[in-house]
Design a binder for this molecule. Structure first.
Ligand code: HQG
Length: 177
């Protein structure tokens, strides 16, 4: 497949596995899983095409279960889903990339999940900058994850290395760039 075709399929997977499975007549099973057979039929793609997108996706956004018969998005859902991720001890510092227009609200009320089911945090400034650059001029916030964990906030890490938490109160946020 060429790059354009892969991106097109990846975007369709993200749309249906994270946001709108019903549009294809699919429902997410607990954990966010969808049967691969049903997905292939609905998207009219082959297993080989799906495997290629899953393996080469630049953020490894999708993962098969251990049997290879089910697939899910590793993070980023707006539909309500319990990914069943165990709580994990975060690195002492995490980062969030945003844009200037959201800064006042974030420093006032903290980070909220908005349309997604969790706040997404990055392990590195570079990744946070890439996330922010989707929307405009990056503003980088450092998150005191150690302080949050000590205060009882739970963290999980997705299969593709994105740190997830319910909210980040403003006292645990510092602008660094
Ligand atoms: C902002 C992409 C006002 C927040 C990326 C962000 C990531 C607030 C936007 C993943 C706010 C939500 C997630 C508050 C947060 N007031 N604005 N209190 N709290 N915001 O897309 O983190 O390519 O839902 O700063 O790479 O940007 O899809 O979250 O700008 O990993 O795989 O509200 O999505 O991954 O936007 O991105 P999003 P995000 P994929």
């Amino acid at each position: 497949m060429n790059e354009k075709e892969m991106i097109r399929i990846s975007k369709r997977l993200a749309l249906h596995l994270r946001h709108d499975p019903a549009a294809l007549g699919l429902t997410l099973a607990p954990g966010g899983w969808v049967a691969v057979d049903a997905l292939l039929r609905a998207l009219k793609i082959t297993r080989e095409q799906l495997d290629e997108v899953v393996e080469t996706n630049n953020k490894r956004r999708f993962a098969f279960d251990e049997t290879g018969t089910r697939i899910r998005a590793s993070q980023g859902h707006s539909v309500s889903v319990d990914l069943g991720l165990a709580d994990a001890v975060p690195p002492d510092v995490l980062y969030h990339g945003t844009v200037p227009k959201f800064l006042d609200a974030i420093l006032h009320e903290g980070l909220r999940p908005m349309k997604r089911h969790a706040v997404h945090l990055s392990a590195t400034v570079d990744t946070a900058r890439i996330v922010a650059a989707r929307r405009g001029k990056p503003v980088i916030l450092r998150v005191d994850a150690a302080g949050m964990a000590a205060a009882g906030h739970a963290f999980q890490v997705s299969a593709n290395g994105v740190w997830l938490t319910a909210t980040v109160p403003p006292e645990h946020l510092y602008r660094v760039g």
